[in-house]
Design a binder for this molecule. Sequence first.
Ligand SMILES: CC(C)(COP(=O)(O)OP(=O)(O)OC[C@H]1O[C@@H](n2cnc3c(N)ncnc32)[C@H](O)[C@@H]1OP(=O)(O)O)[C@@H](O)C(=O)NCCC(=O)NCCS
Length: 178
Amino acid sequence: MTIDPGPPVHIRPEASGDEDAVRAVTTVAFAPMPFSDGSEPHVIDRLRADGELTLSLVAEDRHGRIIGHIAFSPVVAGGSTVGWYGLGPVSVDPAHQGTGVGRALIEAGLAEMARRGAAGCALIGDPRLYSRFGFVSGALSHEELPPSLVQHLLLREDAAVPVGELRFASAFDHADQS
Ligand SMILES: CC(C)(COP(=O)(O)OP(=O)(O)OC[C@H]1O[C@@H](n2cnc3c(N)ncnc32)[C@H](O)[C@@H]1OP(=O)(O)O)[C@@H](O)C(=O)NCCC(=O)NCCS
């Protein structure tokens, strides 16, 4: 019998001193992505500076090296101005992708947001990835993007489905990388 030891990864909240490693893993993860403008590490820095990095988790390998990261920040989801959070950016070092690190980060992040009483999370991303975590599209929109990319997940039983435009924190607005 083979016992699956699970992903060799430890998820913990970001701590002071992790900033450079978070920047590095985000940079290297998004660099090959055709949709990326390279702004993701700067978005995280700005969220942190603005006090809007609601939840920041890192994934460490067995040696304590940071190999992944996920950020959550406040969003306006349709008519809902409180209780909704954007998931992302989420990054895994390409050398460790496909081994369950991303799943561990996403599941830990969603569990923590639910524990904190969030109504739900929303994001822009590939539905083939996020539908695995229960995200659905069709209710929210974002600028001219295909509606299928704009997804939400209810985290509380009493939360209403958010309908309308999804708006992110201002840290996401800047196209420049200052
Ligand atoms: C997306 C990312 C965070 C996923 O992390 P990962 O560690 O490679 O993912 P995992 O190995 O935990 O896989 C999680 C699940 O999603 C699936 N998956 C992973 N990447 C996927 C993708 N791009 N599209 C569709 N499904 C994907 C896996 O098959 C797996 O499903 P399963 O558990 O049901 O088999 C990682 O690939 C990454 O950093 N990519 C570059 C940055 C990026 O694109 N971020 C997301 C922007 S929306």
